[in-house]
Design a protein around this ligand. Sequence first.
Ligand code: HEC
Ligand code: HEC
Ligand code: HEC
Ligand code: HEC
Ligand code: HEC
Length: 512
Amino acid sequence: MERKSFFAYAAVAIVAAAVTAGIAALLVNIFQRKQEARTPYVRVVEITENDLDPAKWGADWPREYDGYQRTAEPTWTKYGGGLVGPEGTLPPEKAQRDPWLTKIFAGYLFAIDYRDRRGHAYMLSDQEVTKRNVPSEAKQSGNCLHCHASIMPLYKKLGDGDIQKGLAAVSEMSYWDAHKALEQASPDGKAHPVGCIDCHNPQTMELRVTRPGFIAAIAKLAASDAPVPHLPSVERWRHGDKAKPYDPNTDGTRQEMRSFVCGQCHVEYYCGKGLTLFYPWNEGLKVEQMEHYYDNLQVKGARFKDWVHAETGMELLKAQHPEFELWSQGIHARSGVACADCHMPYQREGSVKISEHWVRSPLLQVNRSCAVCHPYGDDEIKGRVTAIQDRHYALLNEAGKAASEMIDAIVAVKKQYADPDMAAWRARIAKDPKLQELGELQRAAQWRLDFVAAENSMGFHAPQEMARILGESIDLSRQAEIKAVALASGRLPPAVPPPPVPAQPAAATPTH
Ligand code: HEC
Ligand code: HEC
Ligand code: HEC
Ligand code: HEC
Ligand code: HEC
């Protein structure tokens, strides 16, 4: 064989071998990726209902666990997240930016300590240190843990397997007693913030809701006739035989579950001492439907209230983070877009598509959260959100200003009477329909303002609905103010009689 042709044959053989090896490697790789995609995780440990600690789940699902852990990292946007100071400090008080909050909450714990929210990793520790929950004052009930801890073992233990009974039992306990009982009921002796077990079935990893408050409330909502076009499974259940109450875990669609898991906690609720925690959804999810429910709720023979305003003496309602309810009124819910679509977007790792478990503001990742449906550049998408949020913030402050001025006007009426104390003033209100009317207006204006202010998207989840509510709030505040000014400036006998004017007849008591 000639040397030349030997080398030529050898080169061809080597190339052929390399190509064959390459193809084989590619096939193996494709096969592996397909396998990976089919079984995206390998179980190295068995997980059961007793495994509260997400670290153990992390052995089986490291990618999701990594994301979950990152909720401890501080993040913020123009309006979102808690602007976090040096390591270890709490987010700022909301009243730093919006001082009117302190005035509208006068006499309530929210005037003392009310901060920006932050990542899920902090939910339990932030609740333990808030001045609204000082151990020596024991003001809060065990209900607070419903949304801030991985609490299911305690409900099951106290309810003997019946979680609604467990919820009722925890409602009877003080916060700190319930906290201790949770540690005792927890298999590892510790209380944890929300964990994998709260949203996933450990056997199948399917989504599930666990919170008794949500399960009871969504069943009541389904049983009502309030339209919920964004929840098709509720509409379907209503057309069925209704033999069993609506159950999100069996009736809900997979897409609905991607919002329901968040609706377990990001909702309006009541959880004061003496009442079992509930969400006021019996008549629907809209602001006036919940108001109507509260206004007709009797507690110990009196109309339901959250607290008595320290300046005006009126009985008011407090709203809490109604993200689920206001998302429900927006175009995205109507279009079938779930909380998880924006807050837990898919991401690719190799051939595996996983859900981002670092739950945070979508504005920190608009390319994954929004661009799948809105194919514009990052800046354009963010610009659209900022336009909504800036306008919303301006209107919110107008409503805050109107509410503050209403309070001042009612206080001016109160001063006219020079009642010795709050009890005397409250006794006067109880007898005077004109003063009661001011109270009704303050209650309605405040509820609407707070419902929007306590929501955390700065208008984004349902821009038009939130603007409508703020418009009503401003109108109600100004109505109260006009009536109060009229009352203070002539319709009432002056508290201090004016000095006598000799040449004129004595001032007559107003007759109108
Ligand atoms: C169409 C996308 C979208 C959907 C669907 C959506 N959100 Fe949002 N959400 C946003 C945007 C945008 C913001 C504003 C973030 C910011 O200002 O940084 C936001 C803000 C929030 C915030 C405050 C975030 C922060 O960092 O302070 C919470 C909490 C929240 N949403 C919860 C929910 C819940 C619960 C649902 C479902 C019931 C939901 N969202 C549905 C886009 C969405
Ligand atoms: C068990 C109750 C619970 C569940 C379930 C829950 N959250 Fe939260 N979420 C909270 C609490 C409490 C906080 C505030 C924690 C703090 O400030 O310490 C929070 C904070 C947030 C924030 C603010 C994060 C930041 O960095 O500022 C967002 C966004 C959010 N949640 C979205 C969601 C979404 C989306 C879901 C569903 C996939 C969800 N949450 C499920 C209770 C819950
Ligand atoms: C129905 C669920 C739910 C219940 C019950 C609940 N929380 Fe929360 N809590 C949340 C969610 C969601 C957030 C995050 C959104 C926000 O801050 O508006 C939050 C935020 C907080 C924060 C951080 C921000 C702030 O307000 O300073 C504290 C502290 C807190 N809750 C304390 C409590 C206390 C005390 C109770 C009992 C009176 C309680 N929570 C009951 C869901 C709940
Ligand atoms: C607040 C609710 C919530 C918590 C807490 C939570 N997940 Fe998820 N998880 C989701 C949602 C929503 C999806 C998307 C499911 C779907 O689309 O069907 C998901 C999907 C998954 C999936 C399927 C693959 C994927 O990524 O889409 C795995 C595995 C998973 N989660 C693991 C975990 C682990 C491990 C933890 C704890 C470290 C955890 N999850 C905590 C809500 C949650
Ligand atoms: C799964 C698809 C989907 C995702 C994800 C999504 N959107 Fe949308 N968005 C829609 C649909 C559908 C509409 C309604 C308009 C339409 O039908 O074209 C809409 C409407 C809007 C509007 C107009 C709102 C209004 O009131 O008219 C804005 C602004 C918007 N989206 C911003 C966002 C932002 C920001 C994100 C990410 C945080 C996002 N969207 C994520 C589907 C989506």
